[in-house]
Design a protein around this ligand. Structure first.
Ligand code: NDP
Ligand code: HSE
Length: 432
């Protein structure tokens, strides 16, 4: 029998406990291993979590759980990078295998955690840390190990995808949908992490570390969130044949890796454009396998619990077979990849200028874009309000980020431009 202790009885802790109890016999039939949920620690053990537990399972003493000699695997599900870090390190040093869903922790202190695990010859499982129920860690680490990974494009945050979907399909208000996502247990304790793209950045750093064998952290990721997206931009995107998604992108070009998270316009006919609501999807392109796509629920109690339990079972198999010491050691490449600077990145762009409706404005703006080598695919001007500011939308061919920044600085200073230009990166050309 393998004994498990969970720290944190919130959304994911409850989902994990439910699966361990309900599917104990299924897991035993399939693996031959009896996995027993021995303890759950939380600050509040009185709250009704909708789950029946044996007397004595609940405790408020997480340290006692970690130091319980009978517990083989400690599952950290409290979140954050302070107390969670102390608990994970304490468990590893006590010779316990650890499973965590805490992407913030791994993307910030991953190197220290994996070093400590290696030193103590124990494993850290983190399948639930990226894309909820989708087994993407296993895919990148094992299924695609034969490949050089050319690119990863992911919708890896359920909360923001839920918000963008409701804003697109139901014209719902940003703040209302965010509240709904919080109520459904999708959002982080601090939802700024979701809406400002930080959570996606954490997940991208983890995926890129696995894909490129170099230790990337959250500090290596260029991050922009969705909080400034207006319904008007979603509508213009639709008119142009695109959907707006918060994408996490990792690409290797010429030996350099670019890591970025930002709202992105994606052709509406692309499969990833059809990934709506809390669902996540990760597109991975390998040099041998070609294009692959993985899809599933990206947040919530049971989908995330499913990924946590898969790690528990994996480690339990290792313990039973005597191979649990084959830990994952974080970055393993002797030749770490270098990061591409954001101003070297090449993309297509959507600009929404707030331009005065008067003759010559478009040619002034297009003249500046041309000067910086930015060529235009299409232009939309909405409304006719002579002498007043109207939205002027421009879609460009591929351009370099550095040139775009310089052109926009110059354009934003023009007296005929009222306010800061909205700039959204565009991937792929739609078929129309
Ligand atoms: P919750 O806030 O729902 O649960 C965390 C629980 O831990 C709370 O019950 C909290 O109690 C408890 N807790 C906090 N500090 C301690 C402590 N010192 N000792 C014992 N218990 C403590 O968070 P989630 O379940 O949503 O998230 C947990 C982790 O999983 C996070 O790292 C998150 O990023 C990750 N994750 C979440 C997903 C989701 O869909 N929600 C999906 C994938 C990953 P209290 O409420 O009293 O503070
Ligand atoms: N807050 C995260 C999300 C939870 O919305 O995707 C899953 O990691």
């Amino acid at each position: 029998m393998i004994n498990v202790g969970i720290i944190g009885f919130g959304t994911v802790g409850t989902g994990t406990a439910k699966i361990l109890i309900k599917n104990r016999s299924v897991i035993k039939e399939r693996t031959g291993i009896d996995i027993h949920l021995k303890k759950i620690a939380d600050l509040d053990i009185k709250k009704d979590r909708g789950i029946k537990l044996r007397q004595g399972v609940l405790t408020t003493d997480a340290c006692a759980l970690i130091n319980d000699r009978a517990i083989d695997i400690v599952v950290e599900l409290i979140g954050g990078t302070t107390i969670a870090k102390d608990m994970v390190l304490m468990a590893l040093k006590a010779g316990k295998h650890v499973v965590t869903a805490n992407k913030a922790l791994l993307a910030t202190h991953g190197s220290e955690i994996f070093r400590t695990a290696a030193k103590n010859r124990v494993r850290v499982g983190f399948e639930a840390a990226v894309a909820g129920g989708i087994p993407i860690i296993k895919v990148v680490r094992e299924g695609l190990v034969a490949n050089r990974i050319k690119a990863i494009y992911g919708i890896v945050n359920g909360t923001t995808n839920y918000i963008l979907t409701k804003m697109t399909d139901e014209k719902a208000e940003f703040a209302d949908v965010l509240k709904e996502a919080q109520k459904l247990g999708y959002a982080e304790a601090d939802p700024t992490y979701d809406v400002e793209g930080i959570d996606s950045g954490h997940k991208l750093a983890i995926l890129a570390t696995l894909a490129y064998g170099s230790s990337f952290s959250i500090r290596d990721v260029h991050i922009e969130g969705i909080s400034k997206i207006l319904p008007m931009d979603i509508e213009f995107a639709r008119e142009l044949g695109y959907k707006l998604k918060l994408l996490a992108i990792a690409k290797e070009t010429g030996g350099k890796v670019e890591l970025r998270v930002h709202p992105t316009m994606v052709p509406e006919e692309y499969l990833i454009s059809k990934v709506d609501g809390v669902y996540n999807a990760v597109y991975v392109e390998g040099d041998a396998v070609g294009s692959t796509l993985y899809y599933g629920r990206g947040a919530g109690d049971l989908p995330t619990g499913s990924a946590v339990v898969s790690d528990i079972v994996d480690i339990a198999r290792g313990i039973v077979s005597g191979s649990a010491e084959q830990f994952y050691s974080g970055s393993v490449s002797p030749k770490p990849k270098s990061l591409m600077k954001m101003d070297e990145v090449i993309s297509m762009y959507y600009f929404r200028f707030s331009a005065l409706d008067q003759p010559g404005v478009l040619s002034t703006i297009s003249g500046i874009l041309g000067k910086y080598d930015i060529s235009i695919i299409s232009v939309i001007q909405k409304g006719r309000q002579l002498g007043k500011a109207v939205p002027l939308v421009v879609l460009t061919h591929l351009a370099r980020e550095r040139d775009v920044a310089a052109a926009l600085r110059e354009i934003n200073r023009l007296p005929v431009v009222a306010g800061k230009t909205v700039c959204i990166r565009v991937e792929g050309l739609h078929a129309a």
